[in-house]
Design a protein around this ligand. Structure first.
Ligand SMILES: Nc1ncnc2c1ncn2[C@@H]1O[C@H](COP(=O)(O)OP(=O)(O)OP(=O)(O)O)[C@@H](O)[C@H]1O
Ligand SMILES: [Mg+2]
Length: 245
């Protein structure tokens, strides 16, 4: 049987779908990793091996092949550890392979089975929401991932609690969406003396989302008025903040 788990490859500010395929076949014991892995991805075999050992599981004495598809796309980074481990566990029959098809997984594994943060979780979450799938990510990055629309996020501290959640033995709480730092506002509108008509036009434009055209002699206060606008605009929603990222 071939077990499949979805993950992503990061290409600049873009995430591309990558499928982790795992096959356990009879033959001499071997753990192969193919599909253009870089050094960090290649070393994930050792981390996965140790993380499984920390759970009390040993690799079956068979020929294990992991393929990262599309095989011609170079794979970089340590976030493949978790999807590789999940594909292996599904192929071993430890977890339900069917259940994993609803998720995109990213995360690095520590030797003791903890799931540790890797860069790019927000991109993976946006990608997962585009595919209408949930995201499995490190617990420390759950809040960051929750920013990307309403995809279910499984933020697991370690691989055992993730497997227990998938089995229904333990419940992982949905992470609260992260709080963004308040943006630095320019001058306050109350610093503008007079100019009542201009201030009213500014308020109407801010409330209704209209365009503004300011005409006046040099020094009349056009730039000052314009720099007051962010201070009276409502805070961005998560989707708007991501849109102008
Ligand atoms: N109504 C006002 N209340 C308080 N300060 C003002 C007012 N109008 C102008 N100022 C001050 O005068 C200076 C010049 O204003 P500002 O740069 O906004 O003019 P401007 O209309 O953008 O000029 P320009 O057309 O040369 O770009 C700024 O320091 C601004 O703070
Ligand atoms: Mg100006």
């Amino acid at each position: 049987m071939v077990a499949l788990v979805q993950t992503v490859a990061y290409l600049g500010l873009e995430a591309r779908s990558v499928e982790v395929q795992c096959q356990i076949a009879p033959g001499l014991p071997k753990f192969n990793l193919v599909g253009l892995p870089d050094k960090a991805v290649n070393e994930s075999r050792e981390r996965v091996h140790s993380a499984l050992a920390a759970m009390g599981l040993s690799l079956p004495p068979k020929r294990i092949t992991i393929n990262l598809s599309p095989a011609d796309l170079p794979k970089e980074g340590s976030h493949y550890d978790l999807p590789i481990a999940l594909a292996l566990l599904a192929a071993m029959g430890v977890t339900d392979a069917e259940q994993l098809t609803d998720f995109v997984a990213v995360g690095e594994l520590a030797l003791d089975g903890r799931i540790v943060p890797t860069p790019g979780v927000l991109l993976a979450a946006i990608h997962a929401s585009g595919l209408d799938k949930g995201l499995i990510c490190p617990a420390a990055q759950g809040s960051e991932a929750s920013w990307a629309s309403g995809v279910p996020v499984l933020a697991a501290p370690d691989i055992i609690s993730l497997l227990n959640h998938l089995k229904g033995v333990q419940q992982l709480l949905p992470p609260p969406p992260g709080v963004a730092d308040a943006p630095a506002h320019g001058p306050d509108l109350k610093q503008v003396k007079g100019q009542e008509t201009a201030k009213r036009a500014l308020e109407i434009a801010a409330a209704g989302g209209h365009n503004l055209l300011m005409i006046g002699p040099p020094g009349a206060g056009k730039s000052l008025l314009a720099s007051c606008l962010p201070g009276i605009l409502p805070d961005l929603t998560a989707a708007e903040a991501l849109g102008i990222m």
